[in-house]
Design a protein around this ligand. Structure first.
Ligand code: F0G
Length: 455
């Protein structure tokens, strides 16, 4: 059959609240033109993030009931540990309440002057490295910085740049190399097995540990199967195991490919590091057999990890995101190509050339999609990444993007057809959209709380 269907049926529904344009205008004004400040009840289709927003399966809800809330040694922990080890293969598993807690614990003890290279760090990863005084360095392949450039593995790391970096700064300055799969910052783009192998080889030559940011590992496995020679007959589980076998450890946000609403973990083969991290875990997250999660969360993740590598699920998942990308591109809407695993990124600079970067074209577009159709998206441009230039102005971000992140198993094809229609209509009257200016902002991470007004 040509039609790829959602490989599930719906047992429980959540009503959507349909609002009028006048209601949305009032809500957006009250939120200071900042979509993070909206009440989610005022949003029709919420594409702010794919993190923690997925629908759990009936088997996950059944597992939740089985959750054992013992403080130490809960059977739910052992089920969780086994599920993680059967995919990741690393010896030690450290549970955390979400991905950034895993990052904080993994990066504790970094020193100023040290550098953690990555294909591209996610913003919490970068912030946790920088909070220790160390530097987070993105060395993705050059193609990853050109939105319109098609490349099957646009998330790959530039291993020549990695080799050069280690030569220039010395092995002691690089406590680990990290690769994010799929690469969220580059547009949800996959990393090839060949690239992971090449990173491993550089790390081996210099004795540098290699960790994977594994948030969307199942989507990455599926892209390898579809696009990399020699993997068409391998199962997503086999591919995931091979990916992790190349690394010394991983950090994970179970809110993505754990198919859970909360949770995370660290895996490692390094016994000494595991012992240190467990001590820190007890200090900040909780005992080593729950680490900031309830027993029921551990159960939901154990079951989620079994479901996320299902071939029919992944076929539907990747295809349904591609479907949105293809429809938009066919209608002339500029997007980051090719579509990523979890999101479509609109190129607001190309769509709104009349709005200069300091008037935040990405945010202007995101606000317009909300006003026109009640869609909540996320600006990834100069509101998020603009930096003061020291002369009262700003250095704009490299790209002005709007991310439409698709929650897992939540929206149907007709929801997505509606999203495409809203975007096409907005694109048709792009010339009328006005820019924004910031009226109030905090000293850091301003996109979460800043207030804005139309110019
Ligand atoms: N790494 C990557 C690649 C991520 O995308 C995220 C979260 C994290 C780490 C942190 O995990 O949220 O559980 O603490 N990304 C979300 C997003 C927030 O919207 O892309 P967390």
């Amino acid at each position: 059959m040509k039609t790829i269907i959602e490989p599930f049926r719906i047992k429980s529904v959540e009503p959507l609240r349909i609002t009028t344009r006048a209601q949305r205008e009032a809500a957006l004004k009250a939120a200071g033109h900042n979509l993070f400040r909206l009440r989610s009840d005022d949003v029709l289709i919420d594409l702010l993030t794919d993190s923690g927003t997925g629908a759990m399966s009936s088997l996950q809800w059944a597992a939740v009931m089985r959750g054992d809330e013992s403080y130490a040694g809960s059977p739910s922990y052992y089920r969780f540990e086994e599920a993680v080890q059967s995919i990741f293969g690393h010896e030690f598993v450290i549970p955390t309440h979400q991905g950034r807690a895993a990052e904080r614990i993994l990066f504790a003890g970094l020193k100023p002057g040290q550098i953690i290279p990555s294909n591209a760090h996610f913003d919490t990863t970068r912030a946790n490295i920088e909070a220790q005084g160390a530097s987070a360095l993105d060395i993705g392949i050059p193609e990853s910085r050109i939105p319109s450039r098609v490349h099957p593995f646009k998330g790959n790391m530039d291993t020549t740049a990695l080799e050069r970096l280690i030569h220039e700064h010395g092995r002691d300055a690089i406590p680990m190399v990290m690769v994010t799969v799929t690469c969220n910052t580059a547009g949800g783009q996959p990393v090839s097995m060949a690239n992971l192998r090449a990173v491993r080889a550089v790390c081996d030559r210099h004795g540098v540990p290699f960790y994977i940011d594994a948030c969307r590992f199942a989507e990455n496995s599926f892209f390898i199967r579809k696009r990399e020679e020699g993997y068409a007959a391998r199962t997503p589980l086999e591919i995931a195991r091979e990916m992790f076998s190349l690394a010394d450890g991983a950090t994970m946000s179970a809110k993505k490919d754990g198919l859970a609403n909360i949770g995370g973990f660290i895996t490692t083969n390094d016994a000494a590091r595991a012992a240190e991290m467990r001590n820190l875990l007890i200090l900040t997250e909780g005992f080593s057999t729950y680490g900031g999660m309830a027993g029921r969360d551990l159960e939901a993740i154990a079951q989620g990890l079994a479901e996320v590598l299902d071939e029919d699920y992944l076929t539907y998942r990747i295809r349904s995101v591609q479907y949105v990308g293809e429809h938009l591109a066919a209608g002339g809407v500029p997007i980051v190509q090719p579509p990523g695993g979890h999101a479509i990124y609109l190129d607001a600079r190309a769509m709104l050339p009349h709005i200069p970067p300091h008037q935040l074209p990405g945010q202007a577009l995101a606000c317009e999609l909300y006003l026109h159709g009640g869609i909540r998206s996320c600006e990834i441009g100069s509101l998020m990444f603009g930096k003061p230039d020291g002369r009262g102005g700003e250095i704009p971000a490299a790209m002005e993007l709007v991310r439409l992140a698709i929650p897992r198993r939540v929206y149907t094809q007709s929801h997505m057809d509606y999203v495409c229609e809203v975007i096409a209509e907005t694109a048709a009257r792009a010339a009328e959209i006005r820019g924004l200016r910031i009226t109030a902002q905090p000293p850091s991470l301003r996109h979460f709380t800043a207030a804005l007004a139309p110019v």
